[in-house]
Every structure is written in C-alpha cells, then in structure tokens.
Ligand binder design. Structure first.
Ligand SMILES: [Zn+2]
Length: 82
C-alpha cells in the first residue's frame, strides 16, 4: 500500500527546536474526526519528548493536512471537520 503521509513541523516543548514529523493520512483523518488525542513527538537532538497536541496544534495539523491532500473528496472531509 502506498499510503499518503502528512508531514508537518513540530516544536520541541523543552527548547523550541523545530523538527518534521510524519503521520499516515488515514490516521490523521480518523483522529481528527473522532476527537481523539494526537500524540506528537519531537525529533529534537537534546530531548525525547512525547506530548498530546493542543487545540492550536490540532488546527495546524488540520491545515497541513488540507494543503497536502487536495483531492476534492478529502478536502470536503477536512472542511467538514473544521
Ligand atoms: Zn528540545
């Protein structure tokens, strides 16, 4: 299966260093749709942090997901979640 992956930057909560994380698109869509927490991890050189995405981070993830996946059906689904 060639599952699309959504990539977006996260900031390490400890030091603010940015890194890129990737999630399978279907996982993201299901998580956003069901209001389940999204666990983020920072690929920071100094810290190994795992945390749950805040409301702001969820919105950012939704925006990145919308930008990456512009098929009309997926876009409609994302709009419905917004
Ligand atoms: Zn850090």
């Amino acid at each position: 299966m060639d599952e699309p992956v959504v990539r977006f930057p996260v900031k390490c909560p400890m030091c603010g260093q940015k890194s890129l994380v990737g999630f399978p698109l279907n996982t993201i869509l299901q998580t956003l749709a069901t209001d389940r927490p999204i666990k983020l991890h920072a690929n920071c050189v100094y810290h190994r942090m795992v945390w749950v995405a805040s409301d702001l981070e969820r919105r950012q993830i939704r925006n990145y997901t919308a930008e990456v996946n512009c098929t009309p059906r997926r876009y409609a689904l994302l709009l419905a979640l917004a």
